[in-house]
Write a protein that binds this ligand. Structure first.
Ligand code: ZN
Ligand code: ZN
Length: 262
């Protein structure tokens, strides 16, 4: 019933157990499908493809997180290498890539170069980009526009927590916007106001597990089984039932990720 559009099943946490145990609990909590996201290609690609290959309801992505954009091991992957890695049937998107000027773990120019490479790979592979953007509103949309102009580029802004304008510009460009447990936090009123204005047919939900557990689990390790809390808040904002919002966000996921087969 729920689709978790963004989680990190391979990030180990003592209390969560193995990826297989996490997936079993997710199924029991009505999470029908999960997309496990890559942050470092050189470290994670084999593990993520292995998890996805062993579970019919799990897919994977390939990509370099902006934090890791300056790593030589990641820079070694060319656009064509990324495209080639997406030939695997369980790899259905590219990312997470983007810009994080909050932590700035990699220099700006390295983040931008990596982001452009991922966007170009998406266009060539005809797969969605999973965008991570933090304190980088202006550059995020400018670069998406520059690379995407005149192409069939599609994608989503994940774990959306930026200013309202970025969500609206992304929607206008044809992108989807994904909300995480941040939506349930008490201080997130501005974010809830934004989420209310994103059209129903562009909404996605995610856990970003093991990070960002939703209220009432805040501060603990997160897992896909906890996604209903975020779905409930989003449903209330849009005046629909949680079941309807689960259906809407699942339909949206499969419309965007055309390579995913239910
Ligand atoms: Zn992220
Ligand atoms: Zn993530």
């Amino acid at each position: 019933m729920f689709v978790d559009s963004h989680c990190h099943l391979n990030h180990e946490r003592e209390g969560l157990g193995s990826p297989d145990e996490i997936i079993t609990r997710a199924k029991a909590a009505s999470v029908s499908h999960m997309l496990t996201i890559c942050c470092e290609i050189h470290k994670e690609k084999d593990t993520l493809i292995d998890i996805a290959s062993r579970h019919g309801n799990v897919w994977a992505t390939i990509g370099t997180h902006p934090h890791e954009a300056a790593l030589d091991e990641e820079k070694a992957y060319t656009k064509q290498d990324i495209v080639n890695l997406t030939n695997h049937p369980k790899v259905i998107g590219i990312g997470e890539s983007g810009l994080d000027y909050h932590y700035m773990h990699s220099p700006k120019d390295e983040q931008i170069a990596s982001f452009r490479k991922h966007l170009q790979a998406c266009i060539e592979a005809d797969l969605p980009i999973i965008v991570h953007s933090r304190d980088a509103e202006a550059d995020t949309m400018r670069i998406i526009r520059e690379e995407g102009r005149g192409t069939r580029l599609k994608g989503l802004l994940h774990c959306f927590s930026s200013k309202r304008e970025l969500a609206m510009e992304a929607v206008e460009f044809g992108f989807y916007v994904s909300f995480s447990g941040i939506l349930t936090f008490k201080k997130s009123q501005d974010l809830r106001d934004t989420a209310k204005d994103v059209p129903l047919d562009r909404l996605l939900i995610e856990t970003d597990a093991p990070f960002l557990a939703p209220v009432p689990h805040r501060g603990k390790d997160n897992e896909p089984a906890l996604i209903s809390h975020t779905c409930q808040v989003l449903a209330d904002l849009h005046g629909v039932s949680m079941q309807e919002m689960a259906q809407i966000t699942s339909d949206n996921f499969f419309r965007l990720f055309t390579k995913a087969k239910k």
